[in-house]
Design a protein around this ligand. Structure first.
Ligand SMILES: CC(C)(COP(=O)(O)OP(=O)(O)OC[C@H]1O[C@@H](n2cnc3c(N)ncnc32)[C@H](O)[C@@H]1OP(=O)(O)O)[C@@H](O)C(=O)NCCC(=O)NCCS
Length: 191
């Protein structure tokens, strides 16, 4: 018998204690399983609470929460370039995307990435960049299926439990909500 779940993704401007508790649990579960977020060891509720509260204070960072049946089970962050980086103001970065192992396989990551893309486009960004460890094969399948182009590989991208791990760099051109699409063929001249 199949169960129908409610999937949602929200851009968080504040998090109450219950949401933070669920988010911290999801984050540590993802870290323990070995995936994403940069951390290798679980951080515990206190450190993760500090992290997420800090993220909410950073103007260049937006936090997206993935919910399964209304409960936070994962997140992603949209990083915008600093104001002094005018030449790269057209691009943004998708980072720290993960879904807790107990909530995977329902399509939440796909929805999460789509919502981040929509928000980046609405903010005027035309390019979304991301990078991922070579060992995150599910994420690589997802990003490539969603139209991300791999443009490079860093052979010494991360160190995980004493092992050097390669990482891949991707970009996707975003459909503008207004104005013309970016034509990368026109970017090879003197700039
Ligand atoms: C990658 C990750 C976010 C996917 O989360 P999810 O919610 O299970 O993904 P979805 O259900 O939205 O599936 C999206 C796509 O991923 C791929 N995918 C999902 N589960 C898969 C599996 N077990 N094997 C292979 N591909 C899989 C499929 O392409 C799927 O699309 P489809 O269902 O239309 O075929 C999750 O596995 C995760 O958190 N991994 C560890 C952290 C990580 O790698 N983060 C990315 C680095 S920034």
């Amino acid at each position: 018998m199949s169960t129908t779940h409610t999937l949602s993704v929200e851009r968080a401007e504040a998090l109450d204690d219950a949401e933070l508790a669920d988010l911290c649990e999801a984050t540590d579960a993802a870290i323990i399983e070995g995936g994403g977020f940069g951390w290798v060891a679980p951080q515990g509720r206190e450190a993760l609470t500090r992290h997420f509260r800090g993220v909410l204070l950073v103007p260049a960072c937006e936090l997206f929460i993935a919910k399964l049946d209304g409960v936070p089970v994962g997140s992603a962050q949209l990083l915008r370039p600093p104001r002094n980086n005018e030449a790269q103001s057209f691009s943004a970065q998708l980072t720290h995307a993960y879904i807790a192992p107990y909530a995977r396989g329902h399509g939440l990551a796909r929805l999460l990435v789509k919502r981040v893309e929509e928000r980046a486009a609405a903010l005027g960004h035309r390019v979304l960049n991301l990078d991922v460890r070579d060992t995150q094969t599910t994420a690589i399948t997802l990003f490539e299926a969603m139209g991300y182009t791999r443009w490079g590989t860093h052979p010494a991208y991360a160190r995980v439990r004493g092992q050097t791990v390669a990482g891949h760099y991707y970009y996707k051109l975003l459909e503008p909500t207004r104005g013309r699409a970016l034509d990368i063929r026109a970017t090879t001249g003197k700039n």
